[in-house]
Each structure stands twice: as C-alpha cells, then as structure tokens.
Write a protein that binds this ligand. Structure first.
Ligand code: C5P
Length: 209
C-alpha cells in the first residue's frame, strides 16, 4: 500500500506545527517541518553573505544542504524566518527542495508534512489535508507570549506587523503560494485551545484513513 501522507499548511503561528507533531505521535507517523528546509537555506545565505534576492545563489545552497545537520534552535530565530521567507520566493530553490520533501513523504509507514504548499504542490495526493489558520491578532499574541520569555520588552505591535508582512509575502508569491487546497479541511484555531484543535484535526484525519 502507498505510504500515508498528511499535509498540513497554514500561516506562521497558526498552530500547524504543534498540531502536526501531535498528529504524527497519535498516528505513529514521521513528521517533517518543511519550514526548516527554507530556514536552513536562509541561514546559509546569511552566513555566507549571499544575496537573498539571487535565485541561482539560493538554488546552489539548497542543492548542497546537509539535511542531517539542521539545528532547530538556531533555525527558529526570527531573522532566520525572515530570510527563509525571502529565499522561498525563488522557483529554482523551491524545485531543489521538492525532491527531499517527496522522498520524506514516501517513508513507511507514512508522514505528516507541514508547510505552506504541501497540500497544493508537494503532496497533492495526500490522504488527508488540513489548512490551519487563526486571526492575525491571535497569532501575534501567541508569538508575543513566546518572545517575552526571552525579551520582556518584545513588542506585540512589531510582532504583529512582521507576521502580516511575512503572510503577505508567502501568500502573494506566484510560485507555490500559501494557499488552502480545495480538498483541505479549514481549521480556524483563533478561539480553540490546543486540545480542541488537535481533536478536530485527529477526527478529520481518522475519517480519511
Ligand atoms: O513555517 P516557518 O516559519 O518555519 O517557514 C519559514 C518560511 O519558509 C515561510 O515564511 C515560507 O516563506 C517558507 N516556507 C515555504 N514553503 C513551505 C514551508 C516554509 O515557502 N512548505
């Protein structure tokens, strides 16, 4: 039988990462946060002083990426996410990362992939697709609550403005934009706690497998 694939897409801080992790645990599947790949390219470009707007430089870095050496703590940094979203607009870079994502999706017994274009481009044949979203205000408050733990002066307004800018870039690019697949369940977590959001996701996935 084909490996099970669960595709989870949505904007930053929507809860898609947490829900994907819980789904993978529950259904005993592998989990890939595809944002880490774009973040790794963004970080490598920053470290080499390369031009984030140069498609072929970004493509070259993506092709050389050592996928076993991704450090989630370093990649989680805000400026790395910004760089990721800038390099993610380039079609040759996206093409270079496609193969790795699709081979991951083929592991037995199956995998949960989360990102922006999993249900639409990377794994259009996924058995279950979710599009997780939440209001900008709710997402900014979540990021802010995390940020103040490291820096008590972190500004909610600045975080909100950053999220809005990143969403606009991700949804507005012409190649593989952030978008809900036609057959994806829309899950709005604005007023849902993590338990309720996970339960809705779990029930939907269970109905598809
Ligand atoms: O989800 P995360 O914040 O780690 O993603 C960082 C950036 O990588 C996103 O803002 C987006 O531009 C890009 N990305 C993408 N396609 C994916 C996953 C992430 O374009 N499947």
């Amino acid at each position: 039988p084909d490996a099970v694939v669960i595709a989870v897409d949505g904007p930053a801080a929507s809860g898609k990462g947490t829900i994907s992790k819980l789904l993978a645990q529950h259904f005993k599947l592998q989990h890939l946060d595809t944002g880490l790949l774009y973040r790794a390219v963004g970080l490598a470009m920053l470290q080499s002083g390369g031009d984030l707007d140069d498609p072929s430089a970004c493509e070259a870095v993506a092709k050389k990426l050592d996928l076993t050496a991704l450090d989630p703590d370093v990649l989680a940094q805000h400026h790395v996410g910004e760089a990721a979203s800038k390099v993610a607009v380039h079609p040759p870079l996206r093409a270079a990362l496609l193969e790795a994502q699709r081979s991951f999706a083929n592991v037995e017994p199956g995998a949960v992939l989360d990102g922006r274009d999993i249900g639409t481009v990377v794994c259009p044949g996924a058995q279950a697709k979710l599009f997780i979203t939440a209001s900008l205000e709710a997402r900014a408050k979540r990021r802010h609550a995390q940020a103040v733990q490291k820096d008590p002066s972190a500004s909610l307004e600045a975080i909100s403005a950053d999220l809005a800018k990143r969403d606009a870039r991700d949804a507005g690019r012409s190649n593989a934009p952030l978008a809900q697949a036609n057959d994806a369940l829309l899950l709005d977590t604005t007023n849902l706690g993590i338990d309720a959001a996970f339960e809705a996701a779990r029930a939907f996935v269970a109905s598809k497998l």
